[in-house]
Design a protein around this ligand. Structure first.
Ligand code: GDP
Length: 447
């Protein structure tokens, strides 16, 4: 899931690489690509329109941050807007003040309700609750048996109608289950209800009656993510016919294009609370909009890096450094500035970790793990042994100055020579890049 979307979004960002400043035309073109990517992923049209409009507005009005280049800024905005359409904050179960907490499952047949009841049961048990699963799906042949089987796998009790005793009336089963639970001190009750292959009035009525009987703290609409746009229509029908508090997406392990996941929270105004991604009981988790957004962008680490950079980088300092690099062929950018930039990068964490987080560095794992932090310490020591004048203008570094610096830093003169010549080369390169508009963030090539 999301593979195609991820590829297309990344392609949209890639075409911006190397651009220092984005023109309105660049932004328009990128937004167009984002729009196509979302539509191809089968995202609801109104959601797409709103999404793209928000990204465009925010990108046009974006404050130039010293820490991020324009592409990083767009990635960040798209990430944040994805989080928003996925529902924003992670939402978990609202527990009843006085137990039991009642959770009712509703949705079409085959959506995965019964399987979910088992998953929820196990998850609740792991959280220290004592849940009871209630078989109020009396429509589908075998549904009761199926719930008993998953209940056993999950290690939780199942309340099922006795044959001949109220069979056929799920409302009665629900009422008896509630009484049973109150006697046995279960603190969470999960009610599995019947679904139909398609939406129909009778199904809605029955679900609404069960709901009125058990008065759930949470009614969860369970929907198969594979059905794409239909998920949105079904959700609307359930919202009207039964009403629900949260959504559970199932079959996220399938090859659906992701449209359902990306549309449903926005269209229904209800959060996605859980996600199911397989047939086994453990294939299930609380839904985190932020994690899902990073997964869609496929740049979880990149986003972490962006966040850290924002926290660590002093925008004013970075802007000054960038200004020095862009004027006079970088002549004003001295070793002191270099040291300052290097120290900012280091504040973000060990260099090997920072490089490891850059996209496309996956194949370079070995080189990355060989980055010698001591080498960086040495560079710092050398620069710190220089006078301010020497740092500003390394050209004045004659032989005796170099010997003094080497002594002060506890290194060989050749180390000093090496650093100075590498600095001169690097400054030339950075200046060329910067005149192309690179922001004051060294060491993040390509993004
Ligand atoms: P119900 O009719 O809503 O109760 O649906 P079921 O729980 O019986 O599930 C219908 C089918 O979908 C079963 O074969 C399940 O094993 C399968 N299923 C449920 N959840 C998932 C999931 O997250 N991923 C996959 N691949 N299959 C699932």
């Amino acid at each position: 899931m999301f593979d195609t979307l991820q590829d297309r979004l990344n392609a949209a960002f890639k075409s911006l690489r190397g651009k220092g400043r984005l023109s309105e035309a660049d932004i328009d073109a990128t937004c167009r690509e984002i729009r196509i990517a979302l539509l191809e992923a089968d995202v609801n049209l109104s959601v797409v329109k709103e999404f793209v409009a928000a990204v465009k507005e925010r990108t046009l009005g974006a404050e130039l941050s010293g820490a991020l280049n324009p592409t990083q800024q767009i990635v960040k905005i798209v990430d944040e807007e994805l989080v928003t359409i996925l529902g924003g904050e992670t939402r978990t179960i609202r527990w009843a003040k006085k137990p039991p907490t009642v959770i009712m499952l509703a949705g079409l047949q085959g959506a995965g309700k019964t399987t979910l009841a088992g998953k929820l049961g196990r998850w609740l048990r792991e959280q220290g609750h004592s849940p009871l699963l209630v078989a109020a799906d009396l429509q589908r042949p075998n549904a009761v048996k199926q719930l008993q089987v998953v209940g056993e796998q999950a290690g939780v009790h199942v309340y099922a109608p006795e044959p001949g005793n109220g069979v056929g009336d799920p409302v009665l089963v629900a009422r008896r289950a509630m009484y049973h639970a109150s006697q046995k001190l279960y603190d969470v009750i999960v009610v599995d209800t019947a679904g139909r292959l398609g939406i129909d009035a009778e199904l809605m009525q029955q679900a609404a009656k069960i709901k009125a009987e058990v008065r759930p703290n949470e009614t969860l609409f369970v929907v198969d993510a594979m059905i794409g746009q239909d998920a949105v229509n079904t959700a609307k029908a359930f919202a009207e016919g039964v009403g629900f508090d949260g959504v559970v997406l199932t079959k996220l392990d399938g090859d659906a294009r992701g449209g359902a996941a990306l549309s449903i929270a926005k269209v229904t105004g209800r959060p996605i609370m859980f996600a199911s991604n397989g047939e086994k009981l453990g294939d299930f988790d609380v839904f985190h909009p932020d994690r899902m957004a990073s997964r869609i962008l496929g740049m979880g680490d990149m986003l972490t890096l962006i966040e850290q950079a924002e926290k660590t980088f002093d925008a004013e300092q970075s802007a000054k450094a960038a200004a020095k690099l862009t004027s006079k062929g970088g002549g004003d950018f001295g070793l002191a500035d270099f040291l300052q930039q290097m120290q900012m990068v280091r504040k973000m964490g060990p260099l090997s970790k920072i490089f490891g987080m850059l996209p496309g560095m996956g194949d370079m794992k070995e080189q990355i793990s060989n980055i010698d932090e001591r080498e960086v310490d040495r560079i710092e020591a050398i620069i710190q042994s220089m006078t301010p004048a020497e740092r500003d203008d390394p050209k004045i570094l004659n032989g005796s100055r170099r010997a003094r610096i080497a002594r002060g830093a506890g290194v060989e003169v050749s180390d000093v020579n090496n650093l100075v010549s590498r600095f001169m080369d690097a400054r030339k390169m950075m200046s060329q890049l910067a005149t192309g508009g690179m922001p004051g963030m060294p060491g993040m090539p390509g993004m």
